[in-house]
Design a protein around this ligand. Structure first.
Ligand code: NAI
Ligand code: A1CAB
Length: 267
């Protein structure tokens, strides 16, 4: 079985490790490098895996997953003593494969991934792009790993900023919508726990419909909307307030910010 070392046992690192354990990956083949020792102890206690240092991880792992904050990636990679070939899978937002390759020994295969936080419940959308030296086998290895925590899709690296604007940051847009709906329900007199349950179940159920094979958002919206009915009254207001334009501008702003962050790493 592939030995995987995750550098950074924070939210995303824990989600990946927890997903791999839940998917049947032998904890004896999972390593975490986490500088917060209390956190490392918590992870090893709960997941049965091993906490170690970067040198040991680099010596033992076939795949090194980078799950520290973007500003910590260079330091972490440059501290790793690379003795043999291994695949590096980076989950760090905005850092191009060219920068990652520059911090690693020549010809290291690198796969850049934009995950999202539904990884915490095994329902991530992970968007993958191969670096210069990552061949089909390297991409397939990364996909197999990430399939333990959700879905995967490959894109050319030039599309990573746009992908970030949809699936990477997208959960936050939907949580904002959920918050606003809950507040609106409370304003109409619903108890907060009831409003929260109604909205959470609705978002979950709508997501289930949306991801069912053959469904399309326009058709699903039509199916809810009786002519002259309640939904039509609500949609008219949303359109009048420019919901589509607001989302288009938000996605573009996110893409632009992702490009700006990438430029600081030489993208
Ligand atoms: N939170 C999100 O929605 C998304 C996050 N990402 C990316 O995932 C990565 C991780 O993000 P989070 O898990 O949210 O961050 P986090 O802050 O929860 O976790 C990072 C962990 O790395 C540890 N760490 C930092 N430097 C270290 C070092 N030198 N050696 C060992 N451990 C070290 C920290 O103690 C911390 O536990 C980031 O690069 C972020 O861009 C990507 C997509 C979505
Ligand atoms: O907000 C951010 O920068 C990160 C990247 C995608 C989601 N969170």
């Amino acid at each position: 079985m592939t030995t995987v070392a995750v550098l950074g046992g924070g939210r995303i690192g824990e989600a990946l490790l927890g997903g791999l354990v839940a998917a049947g990956h032998d904890p004896a083949t999972l390593l975490v490098v986490e500088r917060d020792t209390a956190r490392a102890d918590d992870l090893t206690g709960r997941l049965g895996l091993t906490a170690t240092d970067a040198a040991d991880a680099a010596g033992r792992a076939d795949v090194l997953v980078v799950a520290v904050k973007p500003q910590d990636v260079q330091g972490v990679l440059e501290a790793v003593p690379f003795g043999r070939d291994r695949l590096v899978v980076s989950l760090a937002a905005g850092i191009p494969t060219s920068a990652l390759e520059g911090w690693l020994p020549d010809a290291t295969p690198v796969v850049r991934v934009m995950p999202n936080t539904p990884m915490l419940v095994g329902r991530a959308m992970c968007v993958l792009s191969a670096g210069t030296h990552a061949d089909e086998a390297a991409l397939a290895t990364a996909e197999t790993l990430l399939a333990a925590v959700g879905r995967t899709v490959r894109v050319p690296e030039s599309q990573q900023d746009a992908a970030t604007a949809l699936s990477g940051s997208g959960p936050a847009y939907l949580f904002l919508v959920a918050e606003a709906m809950i507040e609106a329900g409370v304003a109409l007199g619903l108890p907060r726990p009831t409003a929260t349950e109604l909205v959470s179940a609705t978002v979950d159920g709508a997501g289930g419909l949306l991801t069912a094979p053959g469904n399309h958002p326009s058709l699903l919206r039509e199916a809810v909307t009786s002519p002259g009915g309640t939904t039509a009254a609500a949609l008219r207001v949303l359109e009048a307030h420019g919901l589509r334009a607001a989302l288009a501008d938000a996605v573009e702003a996110c893409r632009d910010r992702s490009q700006e962050l990438g430029a600081t790493y030489g993208a």
